[in-house]
Design a protein around this ligand. Structure first.
Ligand SMILES: C[S@@+](CC[C@H](N)C(=O)[O-])C[C@H]1O[C@@H](n2cnc3c(N)ncnc32)[C@H](O)[C@@H]1O
Length: 384
């Protein structure tokens, strides 16, 4: 097998190792069972971690999450600070970043002895904006796991808005819902409810109990669904005027070459990426005679994320579905920022540069508030 480009280390790998590795690369479809098995364990471990930081001192959900992730809160309003404003604005100009007060989608952060732009987009920040503008009073996370995003969101939203908001953590696994309940027990003032939820059989009828202004969001949970079914969008579109935000690793779906290879299950294409998988393409890749490697060197994040999706069976059709709905004028897409961040912004330790996040915001063009169910509120789909 020929290894084109790549590092010396890769070339030094034995042929037998390469052959073994390649033989394991498959065009996977991620099943409900795969995800359930993996996430039952993930959320059971999270429950153990929550207990470790639960403490006798009644720390609230945010303290617990920050202790778990050793995270620090995002800082707001720096651009409006009269002391540092001018200097920070200059830094934004130097990096050619948009700077419209705190509306900018990026901030400048220090990294070693350099300042680099860092994205300031997160589903919780969108939720904060919409709640404080009076556009939303119900926030629903889909595939929420332990609902960390909702607890962070609750703490981000200014007083007194946060207490008037209802939060719903819709999660597939029982263990994830259990972890969320544990965190919710430390937030007696928060209106939080956990529900079972399955993207393949979505049931959100419990939201039809009264008129609501809803924001739905997903954060690296649609990634788990190889082919998101039409019924998922039809379910969301039952809620006129709803706002939706996704932070999902789907940016590669906009890259024609990678999207085509993923669509056709082109194993040879992804084996080539795998043998070159890198964060910094080499000069060999940049000037390779192989057009695929040259394209890889120009857009490594798209190629790596496409490879990640191929090897894990991660989502293949979110962008396509949204573009179809947009063309039919059923939704309006207000934000599409491809590869704005690696992994999860709030958990720097867990970021995966090969599974880069893309941020999408859209809203349902049929306006009005939630239709109220006339008979019963339906039942939630049982999930593991
Ligand atoms: C990477 S975790 C993200 C959890 C959470 N959104 C967060 O940001 O912390 C993926 C989540 O998707 C959920 N999931 C997997 N399959 C699902 C399905 N068929 N329907 C709904 N959620 C699913 C998992 O249980 C897990 O909680």
């Amino acid at each position: 097998m020929t290894i084109i480009g790549g590092t010396t280390l890769l070339i030094a790998n034995s042929l037998s190792n390469q052959t073994l590795a390649y033989s394991m690369l498959q065009n996977k479809n991620r099943s409900e069972k795969d995800a359930a098995t993996e996430y039952r364990k993930t959320w059971a471990a999270k429950i153990r971690r929550i207990h470790r930081f639960f403490g006798p001192d009644r720390a609230d959900s945010l303290h617990i999450l920050n202790l778990i992730s050793a995270d620090s809160n995002l800082r707001y309003g720096l651009l409006n600070d009269p002391t540092v404003g001018v200097e920070v604005r200059k830094a934004f100009d130097a990096l050619e970043l948009p700077q419209r007060g705190i509306d900018t989608r990026h901030r400048v952060v220090a990294c070693g002895e350099s300042y680099i732009p860092s994205p300031l987009m997160h589903v919780a920040i969108t939720a904060k904006r919409l709640v404080e503008a009076g556009e939303v009073n119900t926030i629903v996370e889909l595939g929420s796991g332990s609902s960390d995003n909702l607890f962070r969101c609750y703490h981000l939203i200014d007083w007194p808005f946060r207490q008037s908001v209802e939060f719903f953590g819709c999660e597939f696994t029982e263990k994830g819902r259990e972890a969320a309940e544990l965190l919710a027990s430390r937030e007696p003032e928060m209106q939080f409810t956990g529900y079972p939820f399955n993207y393949y059989k979505p049931d959100l009828d419990f939201l039809k109990d009264r008129p609501r202004k809803i924001m739905f969001f997903s954060n690296h949970s649609i990634e788990q669904i190889t082919t998101l079914p039409d019924v998922f969008f039809e379910t969301l579109l039952q809620f006129p005027g709803c706002h939706v935000a996704h932070n999902e690793p789907v940016g590669w779906q906009a890259h024609p070459l990678v999207a085509k290879a993923r669509r056709t299950g082109d194993k040879a294409f992804f084996e080539k990426i795998r043998s070159n998988l890198t964060l910094l393409p080499t000069w060999k890749e940049r000037y390779s005679f192989d057009p695929v490697l040259r394209a890889y060197a120009r857009t490594p994040v798209s190629f790596n994320s496409g490879f990640w999706s191929f090897s894990k069976g991660y989502n293949t059709n979110l962008l396509e579905q949204l573009n179809t709905l947009k063309a039919a004028k059923r939704i309006q897409i207000s934000t599409l920022e491809i590869h704005h961040a690696p992994g999860n912004l709030f958990v720097p330790a867990a970021v995966n540069p090969f599974n880069a996040s893309t941020f999408i915001e859209w809203n349902n063009l049929s306006s009005a508030v939630t239709p109220v169910a006339t008979e019963g509120t339906g039942t939630s789909t049982p999930a593991p």
